[in-house]
Design a protein around this ligand. Structure first.
Ligand SMILES: [Zn+2]
Ligand SMILES: [Zn+2]
Length: 359
């Protein structure tokens, strides 16, 4: 199991993020925002297999490349077309879907499900290719599920993982949550986290005088219809007690995608606990700190603020992206230095080639 990611787009241009979440059984492909020329950097087979498109918000630099994706998959039936974003996403996507000449489409398959994420619920709308996307079908309102704690049902409640945002996806091996941030309008921060895995502690097994065998699968994998007791070599064990003793939790990988919002005190108070201990923060840094007033006026962040968030949340690494084209290469590197003074493990995406060595 792993989370693999690629920041899309160049320095000073539109950016986005592609994420592959792999488990033994499946690969989930998630796209976060869709700026101009971003999708072209993704292998075409991966574009065709994108499971979910998540918008932080719908400013032009985050949706400008949507047509490239749409053109590739508009009538696919291989998987569901799912789009997520803040309130108003469905209305704007409707215009995007309608912005072409549609004919000979009556027999075409393909449906799009667009989710408007409010703080307390999600409104879902459906659009059909066969109708030339004319109608917005109301497809349901769901109250927010409280984020689970990333725990497969029935496992010992000793996980340190907690949910803070609105849970959007609860797949077998990972979750996606959204937090509402302020960008002179809502902008969503997204948190992707693998669920913990549970391995058997061999030393504890030996202490109990038990031999490994296929029975361990009954300890590792919970079934709805299982008995609470387990017979082993003539002795009887409580399954719950065996789990508590034998299973060792291994935390999953974690990644946060943060872009286009003001990082004021309220935002820090919301984000620091939510991101505590995350492995990777991919965070915008539109401005250098000398332009902090400009950042505040435009509801954006400075690199120093992004680094301060990473430091307080005690994450492992910070990757800065979505930097302003008002600066030149030398100023971008100075902006990186500002962040590193606060949180040393800060980089730009590696493929930007923006390091001191190649100034
Ligand atoms: Zn932006
Ligand atoms: Zn924006």
């Amino acid at each position: 199991m792993s989370i693999v990611y690629q920041v899309l787009g160049k320095a000073g241009h539109d950016n986005a993020l592609f994420v592959w979440v792999t488990s033994g059984q499946a690969i989930h492909r998630l796209l976060f925002d869709c700026g101009e020329n971003c999708v072209a950097e993704v292998p075409y087979t991966d574009v065709l297999a994108i499971d979910h498109l998540f918008f932080s918000h719908l400013h032009m630099d985050h949706i400008g490349g949507f047509d490239t994706f749409f053109r590739s998959v508009f009538n696919r039936t291989s998987r569901r077309n799912a789009v997520w974003g803040p309130p108003g996403t469905s209305r704007i996507m409707h215009h995007r879907f309608r912005g072409f000449l549609w004919n000979l489409n009556a027999d075409q398959p393909g449906q799009w499900f667009v989710h408007d994420i409010y703080p307390d619920y999600i409104d879902r709308f459906r659009y059909d290719v066969s109708e030339a996307f004319e109608r917005a079908h109301i497809a349901g309102r769901e109250p927010h599920r409280l984020p689970c704690h990333g725990m497969p049902q029935g496992y010992p409640a000793r996980s340190t993982q907690r949910g803070f945002g609105r849970q959007l996806l609860d797949e077998a091996t990972f979750t996606v949550e959204a937090l509402h941030m302020e960008h002179a309008g809502p902008s969503l921060a997204y948190l992707i986290r693998e669920k913990p895995r549970f391995n058997v502690d061999r030393a504890k097994l030996a202490e109990l005088g038990l031999q490994p065998g296929p029975w361990l699968e009954r300890v590792k994998v919970r079934r709805a219809d299982e008995a609470s007791l387990l017979e082993l070599d003539g002795a009887t064990y409580e399954l719950a007690a065996l789990r508590e003793t034998l299973l060792v939790e291994k935390p999953g990988e974690s990644l946060a995608y943060l872009t286009d919002f003001i990082l004021d005190q309220a935002a820090l108070e919301q984000l620091v606990p939510a991101l505590h201990g995350y492995q990777t923060l991919i965070c915008e840094s539109q401005y250098c700190h000398a332009d902090a007033l400009l950042a505040q006026r435009n509801f954006h962040m400075t690199a120093v603020q992004a680094a301060e968030l990473a430091r307080q949340a005690q994450v492992e690494r910070l990757i800065l992206f979505h930097i302003s084209d008002r600066y030149d290469r030398r100023e971008w590197l100075a902006l990186l230095d500002e962040a590193r003074a606060i949180f040393p493990n800060t980089t730009f995406p590696q493929h930007w080639g923006l390091t001191e060595a190649n100034v």
